[in-house]
Design a protein around this ligand. Structure first.
Ligand code: CP
Length: 306
């Protein structure tokens, strides 16, 4: 029987079942422990990035090449015929006729879903505006399993830009399938969107809003820091909010021994560099796990069995 992700578009975390998320996490762990170099042999993938990226694009490209596949693509939509007015639908129709899957990042919410309607091959959403970042969530889940030994019943504080932070949206939705408890810490203007709070309410997930990072630190397994998404709103508003929620090493004295700090990166000023040397910092390992989680995802989407 083919695995349940075979030939699927990967657009949004609510499209996944708990079992599918666990399958990707288990496959990532296997690929980290026992690397493979053949799972994407003779496959050609496209990375189409209409918005800047360091980790997502390069870890996907690393994943493909380490699994024996090849990559074409672009890192800047301004260098494509989109600049001449070509629609996303036509761009996707063409690239899907060249390749076996398309990994796409786009500034517009819903762009990956639209692309999936015109593509003849799987679309992998590498981030669509402030909406979703499912492959980041897969690497986050893998990192939670690796550091905590489980995904069930974790207590997680999300700090920073909860309104525009697509990694927060995707991860909160995923963890709601595993019985998590959340704290939300951030500027009022960047609070978690109502639709997500309503989803958590419907699933019986407990969450509370906290005023400071310090007050949640003794109670949590994971401190998930995020940067304020400057590119998504007005510069004057950004200046008012910037630097309000900053984590320093001296704030970690009351942390549980197992507590790990994650951040999707890039960081700007929300984690001071003295935190990097503490046993709680895990964000660079998390970014490295992106290669294994993305290897797992691509292998499952492009092979009936792995
Ligand atoms: N975490 C993440 O999406 O990083 P990039 O923007 O560098 O891809």
């Amino acid at each position: 029987m083919p695995n349940p992700l075979y030939r699927k578009h990967i657009i949004s975390i609510p499209d996944f079942t708990r079992e599918e998320l666990e399958l990707v996490v288990q496959t990532a762990a296997q690929l980290k422990a026992s690397p493979r170099s053949d799972l994407l042999k003779d496959r050609l993938l496209a990375t189409c990035f209409f918005e800047p990226s360091t980790r997502t694009r390069l870890s996907f490209e690393t994943a493909v090449q380490r699994l024996g596949g090849n990559v074409i693509g672009f890192a800047d939509g301004a260098n494509t015929s989109a600049k001449k007015g070509e629609t996303l639908a036509d761009t996707v129709r063409i690239i899907s006729s060249y390749t076996d899957a398309i990994i796409m990042r786009h500034p517009k919410e819903g762009a990956a879903r639209v692309a999936s309607e015109f593509s003849t091959v799987p679309i992998i959403n590498g981030g669509d505006g402030a909406n979703q970042h499912p492959s980041q969530t897969l690497l986050d889940l893998f990192t939670l399993q690796e550091t905590q030994g489980r995904l069930d019943n974790l207590t997680v504080a999300f700090v920073g830009d909860l309104k525009y932070g697509r990694t927060v949206h995707s991860l909160a939705q995923a963890l709601s399938l595993f019985g998590a408890k959340f704290y939300f810490v951030g500027p009022e203007a960047l609070a978690m969107p109502d639709y997500l709070c309503e989803e958590l309410d419907e699933r019986g997930i407990s969450y509370s809003i906290a005023a400071t990072i310090e007050e949640v630190i003794p109670h949590i397994d994971i401190l998930y820091m995020t940067r304020v998404q400057r590119e998504r709103f007005d510069e004057a508003e950004y200046k008012k909010i910037q630097g309000q929620f900053v984590l320093r090493a001296d704030m970690l004295r009351s942390a549980r021994p197992n507590m790990k700090i994650l951040h999707p990166l890039p960081r700007v000023d929300e984690i001071t560099t003295d935190v990097d040397a503490t046993p709680h910092a895990y964000y660079f390992e998390q970014a490295k796990n992106g290669v294994y989680a993305r290897q797992a995802l691509l292998s499952l989407v492009l092979n009936e069995t792995v």
